[in-house]
Design a protein around this ligand. Structure first.
Ligand SMILES: Cc1cc2nc3c(=O)[nH]c(=O)nc-3n(C[C@H](O)[C@H](O)[C@H](O)COP(=O)(O)OP(=O)(O)OC[C@H]3O[C@@H](n4cnc5c(N)ncnc54)[C@H](O)[C@@H]3O)c2cc1C
Ligand SMILES: Cc1cc2nc3c(=O)[nH]c(=O)nc-3n(C[C@H](O)[C@H](O)[C@H](O)COP(=O)(O)O)c2cc1C
Length: 749
């Protein structure tokens, strides 16, 4: 503020004495330092002279050290940073008061034009008016203690130790020539099992020194949280959000307004950026104080939200760490580095090409059981399910085209599926193909219940097999309570104007107030439907499909059995999850028995009803996946939602992938991820991090059947299956994309 206009009168009140602070060093990225340099070259110069800079990240896991470079961090002691900023403030005429505890109820604050409450995550100013600020606090599960050590780490170090009490790990980095931060973290269960809850601070520290002795080389650990006694030095991270950042003449800044988990090292950066933006706006000519405060929140909250989302992913990764401890060290490190979804496969290539290529070679070797040593993007690696091998990991997700007459696929479908098969994807799914006329969603749905269907599908399947290297999977389903509705583009889930047919479902729960009340299924209905699925599987075999998927997601008949929001039965098909799964499993088992052993089957599930605890939860989805796998499902196709009209989904890039990650790594099952995966970089990051075995793209394939070929051109991968007729076009595309990438890289330099 005073740099921009020296006539401002500014006072700082700090409860501590000068030079006293909690915590040790903090890290910034190079970008944050650039930002400080632009705004206060004076402070930036001193900071730059004193900070520790490093590029490498070391991950110690199961006796191996995985080192990757190019990460560009700087570290500085919290105390030193405060001294630098305090000296600078004093020099610019700011009045500093120390040992000055501030009470938000004190009337003196009314005399100031503006009170900037930058009083940290336990802000008294914020907590004095929780409603006015709309405070939301989420206390996270893990325990951590922020320690320091004289051991100097050359790289940002993550050290994971498996003990008889569970996993415990350290985040360590140098912030001064002779000092490093050393944060120890573990689950609450491990923490209690170690007895940390009953130890004094000194005992905890001695215990951590023993646990991490091999990284400390005889150096001790120290705490500067001397005001905290006993186990109180161990904290749970508090994620704080505020709906409003100002009230009256008080504005929140930094941790008082928002926190970001320490594992993404961005809290200080956010606080500094808040301060820079606030100073800019308060000094902007023609802007009233009120307008400046509004704009401050509008601009900053977006940036904060993005970081808090990444921080949430990172927090959850550490909270569910045991999910990944079966990974080999290289993949474990990759998963750790990409945990927040801010760093992707291609980011890693830019940071450290050699390391990334080691990961790619490792991936290919595993994908080919040691036969290939290729260095190429993971999405192009083959994948085997039973005797079916797909040439790459990209799938055209099932998409209803609403264009059939009496269930018979026609020339539209022939071109649609044919074009997507020659577009380069390894596996093409049909739309939900219905096992009976009344099992259709709309009059335009494709079916598999008579000879015309077999013949029409066979024509498509034969084309795929003779003209492309793709495999084709038949998705079979029954619409249940969501049946008898208009074509997708005429109104989603809206009943027909006339000609409606009666619908049945697990219970008499209509999809919405405008939909029919379905007839609850009798046991005889169940027999009929099960047999229709089996008949459709046999017809699928006649048509030549490579694979069959049972559609048990999105609120259709079988999903309606699984979800407690649609299934209100009181017999053995309702109530517990085991009961609700009984009929879908019976159908699946009967289909599996009719489908050849060497050909794979998958099941599509909704891993959450997006209804909190009252619906299917991601936890239960693991159990659902495992149960289908026991009946012979080779792949769980992990979708989400659309199981009740009141769902509250949280959308975003790759938003359903965490469910796939969970099912794959907790259930140890093969999975396919789907949902807003649209860049090759998304696909490669998901696959290399072991969050799925296949990736499915729906909407991107609607407008671009050649998505995979385009990705191959962009990534300069030459061995993709290009139809010979199109080779020239592909070569030109690859050349042009390479030239553009080189020009973009030159610009960056
Ligand atoms: C373990 C851990 C590691 C972290 N590592 C990093 C990292 O590597 N990089 C990074 O950028 N961020 C990191 N952070 C986050 C970072 O520490 C905070 O985001 C940052 O300190 C926020 O700055 P602030 O000024 O808003 O709050 P604080 O730094 O908490 O400062 C608040 C100040 O207000 C004073 N105060 C509070 N109440 C009163 C009162 N009533 N009267 C007078 N004075 C008062 C306090 O004494 C304190 O000096 C980490 C956090 C933790 C917990
Ligand atoms: C037009 C359209 C039709 C769809 N039809 C089906 C379907 O028949 N069966 C199914 O399981 N999912 C269906 N879906 C869902 C997609 O397979 C996919 O899960 C969803 O669109 C999210 O992926 P995306 O973000 O790549 O589009 C459909 C999606 C779209 C856009």
């Amino acid at each position: 503020m005073n740099l921009r206009d020296p006539s401002h009168e500014i006072e700082v009140f700090e409860r501590n004495a000068p030079g006293v602070t909690f915590g040790w060093g903090v890290v910034f990225s190079d970008l944050t330092v650039d930002n400080i340099t632009r705004n206060d070259p004076g402070s930036a110069k001193t900071i730059n002279e004193e900070l520790a800079h490093w590029d490498d990240i070391d991950v110690h896991f199961r006796g191996e050290t995985i080192t990757s470079g190019g990460h560009g961090f700087i570290g500085i002691g919290r105390k030193r940073l405060l001294e630098i900023l305090q000296d600078r403030a004093r020099a610019l005429g700011v009045v500093l008061h120390f040992n000055a505890e501030c009470d938000p109820t004190d009337s003196k604050w009314r005399d100031y034009d503006l009170v900037i409450a930058s009083d940290g995550s336990n802000s008294r100013f914020r907590d004095a008016q929780p409603e006015a600020f709309g405070v939301d606090v989420d206390v996270r599960a893990n325990k951590f203690v922020w320690l320091g050590t004289s051991k100097v780490f050359d790289a940002f170090t993550f050290a994971f130790e498996e003990t008889e009490h569970g996993w415990i790990w350290a985040h360590a980095y140098r912030f001064a020539p002779d000092c490093s931060t050393f944060i120890v973290e573990c689950s609450e269960e491990t923490w209690r099992s170690f007895g940390f809850d009953r130890m004094s601070q000194d005992e905890s520290i001695a215990s951590c020194e023993r646990l991490f002795a091999r990284y400390l080389d005889g150096h001790s650990l120290q705490s500067n949280a001397t005001h905290l006694v006993g186990s109180a030095a161990w904290l749970n991270f508090k994620r704080i959000k505020c709906e409003r950042w100002s009230s009256g003449n008080v504005i929140l800044l930094g941790d008082a307004a928002h926190t970001a988990h320490f594992s993404i090292g961005s809290g200080t950066k956010l606080a500094l950026e808040d301060a820079i933006k606030l100073a800019d706006l308060l000094n902007r000519k023609g802007l009233s104080l009120e307008a400046a405060l509004d704009e401050y929140q509008a601009e900053r909250s977006l940036e904060v939200l993005k970081l808090q989302n990444s921080a949430r992913n990172s927090t959850e990764w550490f909270e569910t760490l045991e999910r990944y401890t079966h990974f080999e060290p290289l993949q474990f490190a990759y998963s750790l580095l990409t945990r927040s979804q801010r760093i992707s496969h291609e980011n890693l290539r830019l940071r450290d090409r050699e390391w990334l290529e080691t990961v790619e070679r490792w991936f290919w070797k595993r994908a080919t059981e040691g036969k290939s040593n290729k260095t190429a993007p993971p999405m192009f690696a083959p994948f085997k399910l039973r005797e079916m091998e797909v040439m790459n990991r990209v799938t055209v997700s099932p998409m209803a085209m609403y264009s059939a007459v009496d269930g018979v696929p026609n020339d539209f479908h022939f071109v649609h599926y044919g074009e997507r098969a020659i577009g380069g994807a390894g596996l093409v799914f049909t739309e939900m193909t219905c096992v009976s006329p009344e099992g259709r969603i709309s009059p335009g749905c494709t079916g598999m219940w008579n000879g015309d269907h077999i013949a029409a599908w066979k024509r498509i399947v034969d084309f795929v097999h003779t003209q492309s290297k793709a495999k084709i999977c038949l998705q079979l389903g029954h619409s249940g309570a969501k049946g008898s509705t208009k074509l997708g583009w005429e109104g989603n889930d809206v009943p027909l104007d006339d000609g409606n047919w009666p619908v049945m479902a697990a219970s008499d729960v209509p999809w919405s107030p405008v939909n029919q009340v379905p007839r609850p299924m009798t046991r005889a209905d169940m027999d009929t439907v099960r047999d229709q699925f089996v008949a459709a599987v046999r017809m699928g075999l006649e048509a030549g499909f490579d694979m069959v998927e049972l559609h048990a997601a999105h609120g259709y008949l079988l999903a309606g059995f699984i979800s407690p929001l649609q299934n209100k039965r009181t017999d053995e098909y309702g109530g517990s999850l085991e009961n609700r799964l009984r009929f879908p499993l019976e159908v699946f088992a009967a289909m599996r028995a009719a489908w050849p052993k060497e050909r794979p089957m998958s099941v599509r599930i909704s891993a959450t009803d997006w209804a909190g605890e009252s619906g299917i939860t991601p936890d239960e989805a693991v159990l659902i996946g495992e149960t289908f796998a026991q009946e012979g499902a080779d792949l769980i196709d992990v979708s989400a939602g659309q199981t009740w009209a009141g769902q509250q989904p949280v959308y975003g890039r790759m938003f359903q992938t965490p469910f796939s990650d969970r099912i794959r790594n907790e259930g140890k099952l093969a999975t396919m991820a789907v949902g807003n995966i649209y860049e090759p970089d998304h696909a490669n990051s998901i696959l290399a991090a072991g969050r799925a075995d296949l990736v499915a793209l729906a909407r991107p394939h609607l407008v671009d059947p050649f998505w995979t070929l385009r990705a191959a051109a962009a990534l300069d991968y030459r061995e993709v299956a290009v139809p010979p007729q199109y080779l020239n076009g592909m070569a030109q595309l690859a050349r042009n994309m390479k030239r553009e990438a080189e020009a973009a890289a030159a610009l960056r330099v």
